[in-house]
Design a protein around this ligand. Structure first.
Ligand SMILES: [Zn+2]
Length: 367
């Protein structure tokens, strides 16, 4: 199925490559995507939208236009020989603010190759994309998600992080636009969604996907080469006291259904873990009758966990007992109102939630 579609498309690409280069011309400046038209606070965190199998002379320009109009940046996993044959399109991808990843040279099952065959697929593609954009990719997605230990060791030699996905749009399998939109509803903070460059159904789904993410206070971000998870678009820095981007509007939101409280605060912490890392979403609710201005939330991370990046607060130190300090835009919490913060962390086997929450020294109840 995918391989048959792929061969058909590749033939088209080869036939039209020269036309595309001539028509697209030279891109002179790198610009980022337009501001999001669908306002989101990003208070729930970031997800990554990914599109495989480009560039294609017949579809990539349309995809970039849809993404720019929707005001989102995405990660595009390019096929090396297509990148080589469509260098102007690769430049256009970068100029539109997209992150470009390596998707092999010829789209084989990587696990069918020797380690030298894998290295050839990977290095040729690194070279083609570096030639087009000036930057070699840091992310690699194996075709068909087919991977093994040999591939992982070859990727390590090239400084590449392997990226699979959490949500499969099934666009390659004939999913309708509404089915693709519904799939995006399963994205959680830090998560990655698989889509493809080639399908009209996918392009038609993008505006609705962005609207749905915004309604959940999620924003489209980049994939961290360090953690392999979605982070803020500028949030490369998995560093000690990383405050991330300022959302376009305050993250404080009123809650009208808070039950009577026994303490000054209530905290809900939700952790989504994978084999070596986790994303934690923490909601702080002011259950007192007084407004809190300027807050610090202390909590204790389980042993072995280290925070690598965060949003809506500054986290220090990155392990043990951590203090999360408010960002400039969310320092005031009215009575019965909540603020959402979060972080990504590595772990040594335990992806559990933190414990012992206190807000400005007052112990919080946990929901
Ligand atoms: Zn592919």
């Amino acid at each position: 199925m995918r391989s048959r579609i792929y061969r058909t498309r590749r033939f088209l690409v080869a036939a039209t490559a020269m036309t595309a280069v001539a028509a697209t011309g030279i891109v002179t400046a790198v610009v980022t995507a337009a501001p999001s038209t669908a306002a989101s606070s990003c208070s729930a965190g970031y997800v990554a939208l990914t599109f495989d199998d480009g560039p294609n002379a017949s579809t990539t320009t349309s995809l970039l236009n849809v993404l720019k109009t929707a005001g989102v940046r995405a990660t595009l996993f390019n096929i090396g020989q297509s990148a080589q044959n469509n260098q102007a399109l690769v430049k256009a991808e970068a100029a539109a603010g997209m992150w470009i990843g390596n998707h092999s040279w010829s789209h084989p099952y990587m696990t069918s190759l020797s380690s030298s065959g894998m290295a050839s697929e990977i290095s040729q593609t690194q070279q083609a994309i570096q030639t087009a954009t000036g930057t070699a990719p840091k992310l690699f997605r194996p075709p068909y998600g087919s991977t093994n230990a040999t591939l992982k060791s070859v990727l390590a030699q090239y400084g590449l992080t392997e990226i699979l996905w959490d949500v499969d749009s099934q666009d390659w399998n004939g999913a309708s636009t509404s089915q693709i939109v519904a799939a995006a509803g399963n994205l959680q903070a830090g998560g990655i969604m698989l889509m493809h460059d080639t399908y009209q159904t996918t392009r038609d789904a993008i505006p609705q996907i962005v609207t749905n993410l915004a309604s959940r206070n999620l924003c489209a971000g980049m994939i961290s080469p360090t953690t392999g998870r979605a982070v803020a678009p500028d949030g490369t820095v998995p560093s000690a006291s990383a405050t991330t981007t300022s959302p376009s509007q305050p993250a404080t939101s009123a809650s009208s259904t808070t039950p009577p409280a026994s303490g000054a605060c209530r905290v809900t912490a939700t952790v989504n873990g994978w084999n070596t890392g986790l994303t934690a979403a923490v909601t702080i609710t002011n259950t007192s009758t007084a407004t809190v201005s300027g807050w610090k939330l202390t909590f204790t991370l389980p042993s072995g966990q280290t925070i690598t990046s965060g949003w809506n607060a500054t986290y220090s130190p990155t392990s043990g007992q951590v203090t999360a300090t408010n960002a400039s835009y969310n320092g005031t919490i009215s009575p019965n109102a909540s603020v959402s913060i979060g972080y990504q962390a590595t772990h040594g086997g335990t992806a559990a939630a933190p414990t012992g929450f206190a807000l400005n020294g007052a112990t919080c109840t946990t929901a």
